[in-house]
Design a protein around this ligand. Structure first.
Ligand code: ADE
Ligand code: ZN
Length: 317
């Protein structure tokens, strides 16, 4: 079960940086990272806002295309080690040259070259705006996505603090990305309730929702997700560590699965949540008895929802 090929659709590039990687870069550049690590060297935060702050503080050491190339190599090698054959990675131009299109092209070229050099795992990039940076920044990010859309950049998404702004505020950014043919996904229904997911569907035209788990609180919304085939990128370990659910047994993933809403299992920001994809699978096996057949079904659903061309889909299904 743990050794079967896996697909991952929800992984943040910076969020996948191990603490040792960030500390090493900080040392090389003489950048102090006060408050980022606890006494054991793990990322240190106590709630979602603290998590976002530490996440952004850690990205301060990622200052060049070369840094992102090193990060990409490290992240893909880790994923490959865990049996991942296809991964979609959220990449934020905010952290890659501050949304400047020329700089973004340089960062992206380095990331793409690094990804191509890691055999045995296929990567696609989902250009991701950060909700709490606001709608204007999101539009600039969408411009970066549109200008670099192609074989590697195949999607546009949004992460960040779901409590700020309304989904409709980001409609221009998502419309621009959608018109360029990019697949669309947005975080919603993680800390926000069903209304946040509904607004995201109404205004952002997404085919996938990041997390989306709190949709389970609304039967009509679950029916809509199933009818429209909207795919939920579920990250159980992330939800437990960030306190959305008390523990894996209280997580609704098994119920969601039974409603017919398509889902995948992902890790979000694995070192922040002390997890890996095989650990997520093992926890789901323990909590809900999910077996190899169930994981194969999950990975088939992921392949169907992936932002890739038909030939790649046929390869990974
Ligand atoms: N960015 C990275 N991880 C995130 C999460 N779990 N929710 C919102 N934004 C994020
Ligand atoms: Zn996420």
């Amino acid at each position: 079960m743990i050794h079967d090929p896996k697909l991952e659709l929800h992984l943040h590039l910076e969020g996948a940086a191990p603490p040792a990687f960030i500390r090493q870069l900080g040392d090389e550049k003489g950048i102090r990272l006060d408050g980022v690590f606890d006494s054991d060297g793990a990322y240190s935060y106590s709630d979602f806002k603290g998590f976002l702050d530490v996440y952004e503080a850690a990205t301060r050491v990622l200052q060049s295309p070369e840094d992102f190339a090193r990060l990409t190599t490290s992240v893909l090698e880790q994923s490959r080690e865990q049996g991942v054959i296809y991964t979609e990675v959220f990449i934020s131009p905010d952290f890659c040259g501050g949304r400047d299109l020329g700089a973004w092209r340089d960062y992206l070229a380095a990331i793409q070259e690094a990804a191509a050099a890691v055999d045995g795992i296929e990567m696609r990039g989902v250009v991701t705006c950060i909700r709490h940076f606001g709608p204007d920044a999101a539009r600039e990010t969408a411009k970066c996505a549109v200008e670099t859309a192609g074989d590697f950049i195949t999607g546009f998404g949004m992460g960040g603090n779901e409590g700020l702004y309304r989904a409709a505020d980001f409609a221009p950014a998502f419309a621009m990305a959608g018109e360029a043919g990019l697949g669309l996904t947005s975080h919603a229904g993680e800390f926000g309730g069903p209304a946040s997911v509904r607004e995201t569907l109404d205004h952002l035209n997404v085919s996938r929702v990041g997390h989306g788990v709190r949709a389970i609180e609304d039967v009509d919304l679950m029916r809509r997700l199933a009818d429209e085939g909207v795919h939920l990128e579920v990250c159980p370990g992330s939800n437990v560590v960030l306190g959305v659910y008390a523990n894996i047994d209280a997580h609704p993933i098994d119920i969601i699965m039974k409603t017919g809403v398509p889902i995948c299992v992902s890790t979000d920001d694995p070192p922040f949540f002390h997890t890996t994809l095989p650990q997520e699978y093992a926890a789901l096996n323990r909590a809900f008895g999910w077996d190899a057949g169930q994981f194969r079904k999950i990975n088939r659903m992921a392949a169907e929802a992936a932002f890739c061309d038909a030939a790649t889909r046929a390869d990974i299904i």
